[in-house]
Design a protein around this ligand. Sequence first.
Ligand code: PAF
Length: 250
Amino acid sequence: MSETVAFVPTMGALHAGHLELIKRARTLSDEVVVSIFVNPLQFENPDDLAKYPRDIEGDTEKALSAGATRVWAPSYDEVYPSEIIKISAGELGRRFEGRERVGHFDGVLTVVNRLFELVKPNFAIFGEKDFQQLFIIKNWVKENQIPVEIIAHPTVRDSDGLALSSRNQRLSALGRKSALVIHRALVAASREEMLQILASEPGFKLDYAEIIDEETFEIASSASTYKRGIIAGWVNGVRLIDNSPMGLAR
Ligand code: PAF
């Protein structure tokens, strides 16, 4: 029997990006638990929650074929049996993604805390695609000395550069083309250039485009060693986010 557990928390709608996380988990442990739980606490918009794609059977098959040893789709009551201990993501939880999506990161930390309590993993694998989520979880684990090693996995992209996301399913063919501007902008050398590239695509509506210091998640300065471009915006009524180390978008 495996002595360690590697955990991949998901909300389902598994795509190749999730499967890479599961494969990575399998390199860390023989026991790989994948959870599928659409967490209502992290949706600020009821419509978004209602529209979230659900296919437990298909997802289970995909997860098992990628190397999961257990696929777990708990009920709401299992995750939140009575009083919910709400965890606050603090000030950073209200910036960038958190400014548009009020309470989103509090909901993420609250569910991750409960899932960790239930699964008791040694490793938990998160994608860099949700870079702010990853940063907030890493800091919370460190500050609270939670005995879980957080493993960051690079963003998985289609061959044209579009970051894989469950939301891509909702893009029209034309919208998908417009969405490619995000990846083009992430190759820019400066924020000005990034904004210019984004403005050149009429199908893209900007929410924010910033260059942050990877170690603090503050706006980068000349003292920053590691800088990362972060972009969020709308295409076809679908909200998309992406990020990449500055000037290095692949
Ligand atoms: O990244 C996600 O899919 C979710 O935010 C997570 C980490 C599974 C928590 O619900």
